[in-house]
Design a protein around this ligand. Structure first.
Ligand code: NAD
Length: 266
């Protein structure tokens, strides 16, 4: 299985390279970066802590798609849409971990995934994917007398908020309750906000230090609270999940799949 990594010099990109090098049956197809990246020309395997492979970091993503069975993409929204276009063009399968996608990015990916098999997940960890299922179940069981607040904390470098995982948890809660997420999501509060609206799903984002990713779904009722918490202590777990998704999706029928499909939880 030949796996290519776009954005291979990024924090996740390097971990993905390391997982491909360590993965049984996995072969590194190469890695790409943006045209102004200082990593261009460096050895891709060395970026992931491996021995020199002779594969140099390129800005020719099209050639990388053509050389790979599957591509893992943890970059930026616009780059991910461009890469999804290459997947559709070449029929190469793809794993998308990029978060912070706007509706226009998602709409483009939804269309392009008709021509290539794509796994997309805001969080590739097994624990978080179980948390998504539990959140939907608990939201359904408890009903609107319990206020739902979603808290997340990440490292100081993260550029989008709330995290993609927090939003996915909010959507799972809304689906559990059978309500429209966009109609109830309160993504930020500041100033004189008025009392909490019944049925809202609130978000709070903290940023600091090197926190890999903490998520809590809080169900606050009268006289009792229930909190479901997941803490990632190593980003490697996300890269491992992504490579598991890559080996699962290569050769599948075109379409958009989730991590729940990969883990057999759907
Ligand atoms: P990062 O900034 O360290 O890495 C992003 C890399 O993408 C950079 O090296 C950048 O140069 C590269 N890049 C940008 N445009 C490119 C292009 N056109 N072609 C090739 N490379 C390009 O960021 P990161 O912490 O690795 O996170 C990347 C994304 O993945 C973020 O959206 C983050 O939220 C998301 N993420 C998702 C998961 C998950 O499990 N789904 C886990 C961690 C991070």
């Amino acid at each position: 299985m030949k796996i290519g990594i776009v954005g291979c010099a990024g924090r996740m990109g390097r971990l993905l390279v390391a997982e491909v090098l360590a993965g049984p049956g996995c072969e590194l197809a190469g890695g790409s970066e943006r045209p102004d990246s200082p990593a261009l020309g460096q050895d891709v395997a060395v970026l992931g802590g491996g021995q020199p492979s002779g594969l140099k970091v390129t800005d020719d993503a099209r050639a990388l798609f053509a050389a790979a069975d599957v591509i893992a993409d943890f970059t930026m929204p616009a780059a991910t849409v461009f890469h999804a276009g290459l997947a559709a063009e070449t029929g190469t399968a793809m794993v998308i971990g990029t978060t912070g996608l706007g509706p226009q990015h998602q709409a483009a990916i939804d269309i392009l995934a008709r021509k290539a098999a794509v796994v997309q997940a805001a969080n590739m960890s097994i624990g978080v994917n179980l948390l998504l299922g539990l959140t939907a179940q608990v939201a359904k069981a408890l009903g609107e007398e319990f206020d739902i607040e979603i808290l997340e904390m990440h490292h100081r470098h993260k550029v989008d908020a709330p995290s993609g995982t927090a939003l996915a948890l909010g959507k799972a809660a809304a689906a559990g309750r059978g309500v429209d997420f966009d109609a109830v999501a309160q993504r930020a509060r500041d100033g004189h906000t008025g009392a909490r609206r019944r049925g809202d799903i609130g978000f709070a984002s903290l940023r600091g230090g090197d926190v890999v990713g903490d998520h809590t779904v809080l169900f606050a009722g009268e006289g009792e609270q229930l909190a479901l918490t997941h803490k990632a202590t190593s980003r490697a777990v996300l890269a491992k999940g992504a490579i598991r998704a890559a080996t699962w999706v290569a050769g599948r029928t075109p379409g958009l799949y989730s991590m729940r499909d990969v883990l057999g939880l759907a």
